[in-house]
Design a protein around this ligand. Sequence first.
Ligand code: ATP
Ligand code: MG
Ligand code: MG
Length: 347
Amino acid sequence: GATIGILGGGQLGRMLAMAAAQLGYRCHIFDPDPAAPAFDVCAARTVADYGDPEALGRFAASVDVVTFEFENVPVAALARLEAHNPTRPCSRALATAQDRLSEKRFVQAAGLPVSRYAGIASAEDLAAALGDFGPSILKTRRFGYDGKGQVRLAPGDDPAVAWAAIGGQPAILEALVPFDTEVSVIVARGLDGAEVAYGPVENTHRNGILDVSRVPAQVSAAAADAALAHTQTIADQLGYVGVLAVEWFVVGDQVLFNEIAPRVHNSGHWTIEGAVTSQFENHIRAICGLPLGEPSPVAAVDMRNLIGEEAHDWAAILRDPQSHLHLYGKHEARPGRKMGHVTKVRR
Ligand code: ATP
Ligand code: MG
Ligand code: MG
């Protein structure tokens, strides 16, 4: 059996490794954190910094294909591995999708609908842009997740305060979209360019963190079709191999691009029990050059994240014949941390 190298050992890496094991593959996981949740379920591990060339070299020599579950892997680290191993998705797709300004430009250049945005490199840039933006959100270009690295702005707010609040990092300003619904579409694209798509999935957030994902999404057929078609266009134009998720704002029958996640996605966890083939299995199939699996849902499904130190009635969840409990084995519950999820398949 071949060995799959995964950069990143969070819960996404853990669920990828479990899907890989089912298909007879071994996983070697690379993560700087010795307590990474995926280490519990993999065949080999490297605990090292993503910038450590010797550790990367040994990792490259021990695996047959490289992928990642963490979108903030340094592009230079992935490019170094790419010189030795098939790397799927490729470093160019990662570079585009890990920077909010480059992904917005890319999607706009593909002719897809993007709400108004501007690149911001200084407090002066922000002051100049704010004048004609109205209500907006300032986001760091890189490293944001779960709503971190963002600040909302209204006309008249002090740009210097907002700039300081995001740490004075390269940023983008986005017009606030008065959306009706948020959806994501997850696409798996194979080595041969074949694609399967899940969704759209309807997502609701709490405190900036994904709370519940549902299928089918309660949006018009026109909006659903647009989100699906546009996501497939993005996967094609990136020459993507593997699973990618794109988040869309739905306004009536229209959709507007929010962001690309170049990896398996939290809004796809429902696919483990709720779809014929899970997003994790389809990512493994795609990067290993296998035929992709059927993505359709088996029923109406919802997935709820278990966040931080909230108390849960475990017995009630386990007694419910429609519910499936997932715990990520994290040693420490911290506020806002994703500890597990519950998928309810309404057969
Ligand atoms: P994730 O955890 O999904 O990676 P993130 O930190 O990368 O999130 P975004 O997806 O950019 O952040 O924004 C988080 C949430 O904030 C969105 O799901 C949406 O609810 C809201 N939001 C972000 N940008 C806008 C916008 N331009 N207009 C309206 N709401 C927005
Ligand atoms: Mg994001
Ligand atoms: Mg998001």
